[in-house]
Design a protein around this ligand. Structure first.
Ligand code: ADP
Ligand code: MG
Length: 692
């Protein structure tokens, strides 16, 4: 009987209710799910050598016959050795297994097996330790390129590989091809059945590439289609055609001279706004590059044209900060700026909304509270979103939808570019991009240091020195309370702000004023803590990543990040951007006792550069695109076929293919495209409410 895609995995021998339950945790219920559980890596087990000829520097397969019954030795509690001698036509080899009791019965004299491991040679003595082995008869896991799957407790790699071997032939034949033949042909893509089969058990690396390319293409193609369908509709429509005004009238009100990059970006945005087409522009600029004044310039031009603007920030703190810096700026040109957040009181809110509807407010700043139903503009001409990566795509379009009289507001997205160029192409696929690749003059690069626990006291000394020089210091922890720390790491070693702040106040810096800021505080308390720090009333601010985005206190010259290994690189870079905003030399100290190779490599990458783009690319390479596509950050579905870093070309191709398909059939309603449409819907299933 052939296996069916829809069969439960329990149909497989060796998978009963207990294992099925564990597999369910991975989202594997049916054979189809199993098929799409892709390896995260591969091990080349193809080479076969005789004992005498095996190279010592790598693991290879050796065919040999078991010559002696396995001999078990109990060394001490928790350490048991099993030794067995094997022979081929010329040599003898001694194999040692550590703590693998089952070997005692699995190997019997006379059995011919393939052993995969590295052969060590001393004179004419050959040894091997802990090899993978199986009988030559019915060989499945040796002499092949072996898939390495992401696992969960109680599910071994051999179990998954074995299950896949069993069902692969039957099931891949049943997969329906979702991509139109024309697209397969034009982009030289392998068929889905072949691709899935090959990605599990590739006969060669070349074939694996062919298979992967196809799967990556499909995934990006569906993603592009989905995104285009969701956000594309009508964004290229007409926009309010602004009359131009001399920019000098705006820049004269500024306390500094704009950089060339800022001027260029404003120029590009003004061209859009005066063109009669709706602006749809992304301003990418590293933290501290001065994006806010660019947004303000656009709001200024809008007001000059009798239209209102909305500026949406991801947190209340940030919204408030924008309000504080922008209102004096724009009020100097006779324009009105207002702030609306979740904590605006009812009476104030009513008045504000009335003024907004009457057109008395030129720029309204807020959080996503601006998206609520009763916020009505008289004539909304421009929507600015700051630090866009915090918003789902859906929220952006919801605000764009807030226009009156069928007019399309202009859209300006400001982002601190934690998104690698490769991915920005898809995430921001339909936007024009301006890059502010220059920092305001007089800024120094932030110096970044990585230290371990042993340097803690010196680090405290350094904090004191900064404070004595009149500067302020941020201390960032990954958790708010002890319980959280415990949950994250066995042993509860994570620094949590609550205990950390207490410790600093009581024993380390009893003489300093120390503020505390985290997401569980009431908005009023948060505001007070931030304000006290901004005014210099507190010298140290112990905080969680609430401060990650955009907060601006130029007098802060040092940020200490505890358990730095717990953060993503881009997030660390954002945090680091909290300092180096004034003219004094600033520092970022990463505290981490993580030993892992990967963790250290990531943190060192951060010490080596201040270039946000480069860091994002590095993050992508080291951690895969999951973080960038994770629904938490972008409102995008997670991708399965990882490693996009090397796949820029496929990305372009998939994007193009999606665009041309949508030109031909915008709703994917033609009969030949139904499969694709349902796949797109499936992909965005989990994000449905974000997009609605
Ligand atoms: P970001 O791009 O991170 O949002 P901001 O807009 O918050 O950066 O600007 C960072 C700081 O630099 C602010 O204090 C701002 O007033 C200041 N700034 C912006 N542009 C200039 C400039 N051209 N010269 C000097 N300071 C500037
Ligand atoms: Mg900013």
């Amino acid at each position: 009987m052939a296996y069916q895609l829809t069969d439960s995995i329990q149909i497989l021998p060796g998978i009963g209710p207990a294992r099925a339950k564990r597999l369910e945790k991975l989202g594997i219920l049916s054979l189809r799910d199993l098929l799409f559980w892709f390896p995260r890596n591969y091990e080349d087990r193809r080479e076969l050598f005789s004992i005498a000829e095996a190279p010592e520097d790598r693991s290879v397969c050796v065919r040999a016959m078991v010559a002696t019954p396995p001999r078990a030795t109990h060394i001490r509690k928790g350490l048991e050795l099993v030794k067995v001698s094997v022979v081929d036509d010329r040599e003898t080899m001694e194999i040692t297994f550590f703590n693998q009791a089952y070997v005692r019965t699995a190997l019997t004299p006379g059995m011919v097996c393939i052993f995969f491991g590295s052969v060590q040679r001393k004179g004419r003595r050959y040894t091997m330790t802990n090899p993978v082995f199986e009988p030559e008869e019915g060989q499945r896991f040796t002499q092949c390129i072996m898939p390495v799957y992401p696992l969960t407790a109680g599910i071994s790699n051999n179990l998954l590989a074995g299950a896949l071997r069993r069902v692969l032939e039957d099931c891949t034949d049943q997969l329906e091809e979702p991509l139109p033949r024309e697209i397969l042909r034009r982009h030289q893509l392998a068929q889905v059945g072949y691709a899935v089969r090959t990605v599990h058990f590739p006969p060669s690396w070349e074939e694996l590439e062919v298979a992967k390319r196809r799967l990556v293409f499909e995934e990006l193609f569906l993603l592009s289609l989905g995104l285009s369908m969701l956000k594309g509709s009508g964004l290229r429509r007409q926009g309010i055609a602004c009359a131009s005004h001399p920019l000098k009238n705006y820049t004269d009100t500024l306390p500094f001279t704009l950089t060339d990059a800022q001027l260029r970006t404003i120029g590009e945005a003004f061209d859009d706004m005066t063109s009669g087409r709706a602006m749809n522009r992304l301003v990418q600029g590293d933290v501290g590059s001065g994006k806010t004044v660019v947004g303000a310039a656009c709001a200024w031009l809008m007001a000059k044209n009798g239209c209102q603007s909305a500026l949406m920030a991801p947190t209340e703190i940030l919204a408030e900060q924008h309000w504080k810096t922008l209102s004096p700026l724009l009020e100097r040109s006779g324009q009105t700026v207002a702030l609306l957040t979740g904590s605006t009181r009812a009476k104030e809110r009513r008045e504000l909304l009335a003024r907004l509807e009457a057109g008395e407010i030129d720029l309204l700043i807020g959080t996503h509270a601006l998206l609520t139903q009763n916020v009505v503009f008289r004539r909304l001409g421009l929507v600015i979103t700051d630090e866009q990566h915090r918003f789902g795509v859906g929220q952006r379009s919801a605000l764009v939808g807030k226009h009156q009289q069928g007019e399309q507001p202009h859209v300006l997205v400001m982002s601190a570019t934690p998104i690698p160029r490769t991915l920005a192409l898809i995430v921001y696929g339909d936007l024009d991009v301006s890059v502010i690749d220059q920092r305001p003059p007089g800024r120094q690069e932030v110096q970044t240091l990585l230290i371990g626990e042993d340097k803690r006291q010196r680090m405290y000394g350094f904090i004191r020195k900064q404070v004595e020089e009149g500067h302020q210091v941020y201390l960032v922890c990954p958790a708010v309370e002890e319980s959280e720390g415990m949950a994250l790491l066995p042993g509860g070693e994570l620094k949590n702000v609550t205990d950390y702040a207490r410790e600093l106040r009581e024993s380390v810096f009893p003489d300093l004023k120390i503020g505390l800021l985290h997401g569980k505080l009431k908005p009023k308390e948060k505001e007070a803590a931030m304000a006290a720090f901004a005014r210099g009333e507190t010298q140290l601010l112990v905080a969680t990543t609430v401060i990650e985005v955009g907060v601006d206190v130029p007098n802060a010259t040092l940020i200490v990040i505890e358990n730095a290994e717990r953060f993503g690189l881009s997030q660390l870079h954002q945090l680091r951007g909290r300092v180096g905003r004034g003219s004094s030399q600033s520092y970022c100290v990463l505290v981490s006792s993580a030993r892992g190779q990967e963790a250290r490599q990531r943190l060192r990458a951060l010490c080596a550069t201040n270039d946000g783009f480069q860091i994002a690319e590095e993050d992508l390479k080291l951690r895969g695109p999951g973080d960038f596509f994770g629904s938490r950050q972008h409102g995008l579905p997670p991708l399965k076929v990882a490693d996009l870093a090397g796949d820029t070309r496929v990305l372009y191709e998939a994007k193009q293919a999606a665009q041309s398909l949508l030109e031909e059939d915008p709703q994917l309603s033609l009969p030949g495209h139904r499969q694709i449409r349902s796949r797109v819907e499936q992909l965005f299933e989990a994000n449905r409410d974000t997009f609605n």
